[in-house]
Design a protein around this ligand. Structure first.
Ligand code: UDP
Length: 324
């Protein structure tokens, strides 16, 4: 059993991870300002502190109170498109405020810092599937902000001896038993397509049909949220440190995702073809062998269809998302 401090534990990925940590017998404190997250997405077995990463004193006191051995840092802004219009929001929260957390972690003698990074740190890759040693040349401020924080962690390891695991997530999707994806403003592909299946929208939009891919739409590697959560638990093993991709190694185009949603839901999804969304690389697919070999990670739900099935179950059970 470990005491774990989870920022962003009221958000999509954080909430599912908190549930899995508690199921494994860990003791969890969630620190979240509820700007994107939902109070009812916090597992009732966890302690909850409403606080913002801009508030260094609040972080320090909450971290001290939790007596945490590990910090899992999910809290961040994570929208590529928004980062292209409001970069300041991304650098302020994802870098400057993140620094307050990592400084507090060093001061509190935390042993392990697990960070939610992203495949957006690579930019358009020269080779597919993408290994961790590819050059990192982000093409949007979101990816750049996460890359900057990766560099902070590398130096904090070298200078302060803080062990870290930085996970470069590919596209997190699907739902756990209790918790799923509800963003206050939804921009992600799968929940937006499922909204059409639920009758809450008339059509979904495809952003760009002229990419250099077989059907002209962007290709992404979708990973089940529960598999993502399991990797975080494995990251807390002693002596594990470094950068790891988390993906399944299969790429699906936007059109293929929509077709799979039609198959899963049995509903026709009308589409509208739109311009490209700024900041989107054409194709991102992971090679995650490092996580398999080094952490012993093995995705249980690698198929897109099972990922979408779990999302569909959650959205049907929670058509309006969380109440708060
Ligand atoms: N996308 C789309 N329509 C939507 C939402 C997303 O065509 O309503 C595309 C988006 O341009 C990208 C892919 O779907 O190529 C995945 O986008 P998402 O926002 O889900 O995740 P991201 O890859 O940006 O993290």
């Amino acid at each position: 059993m470990k005491r774990v401090f989870v920022t962003g534990g009221a958000g999509y990925i954080g909430s599912v991870c908190v549930e899995e940590l508690l199921n494994k017998g860990h003791e969890v404190t969630v620190f979240d300002n509820l700007s994107e997250g939902h109070r009812s997405a916090v597992d009732p077995r966890a302690s909850f502190v409403e606080g913002c990463l801009s508030d260094a004193e609040k972080i320090k006191s909450a971290l001290k109170e939790s007596n945490a051995e590990a910090v899992l840092h999910f809290a961040a802004h994570a929208l590529v498109g928004e980062s292209m219009t409001n970069p300041s929001k991304y650098f302020t929260n994802n870098v400057a405020n993140g620094l307050k957390l990592v400084d507090a972690a060093v001061e509190a003698g935390v042993k392990k810092f697990v960070f939610s990074s992203t495949c957006a740190t690579y930019g358009p890759p020269d080779t597919i599937p993408m290994t961790e040693d590819l050059p990192q040349r982000p093409i949007n401020p979101y990816g750049e902000s996460k890359l900057m924080f990766e560099k902070v962690l590398r130096w904090y390891k070298e200078i302060h001896g803080l062990d870290f695991v930085a996970f470069r997530y590919f596209n997190a999707a699907g739902a756990g038993d209790k918790f799923g994806e509800h963003h206050k403003i939804e921009t992600h592909l799968i929940p937006n397509v499922l909204k059409v299946a639920l009758g809450q929208a008339e059509n979904c939009q495809i952003f760009g049909t002229d990419y250099p891919t077989p059907d002209g739409t962007c290709i992404r590697d979708y990973i089940h949220i529960v598999d993502l959560a399991q990797a975080h638990i494995l990251a807390m093993q002693p002596d594990k440190t470094g950068f790891y991709n988390l993906g399944n190694g299969d790429g699906y185009s936007v059109r293929e995702v929509i077709e799979t949603c039609e198959k899963v839901t049995g509903k026709k999804i009308p589409v509208i073809e739109k311009e490209r969304r700024p900041g989107d690389p054409p194709k991102l697919v992971a090679a995650a062998h490092r996580a398999f070999n080094d952490l012993g990670w093995k995705p249980e739900y690698p198929k897109l269809q099972s990922i979408i099935e779990s999302a569909w179950m959650w959205h049907q059970a929670n058509p309006n998302g969380y109440p708060d």
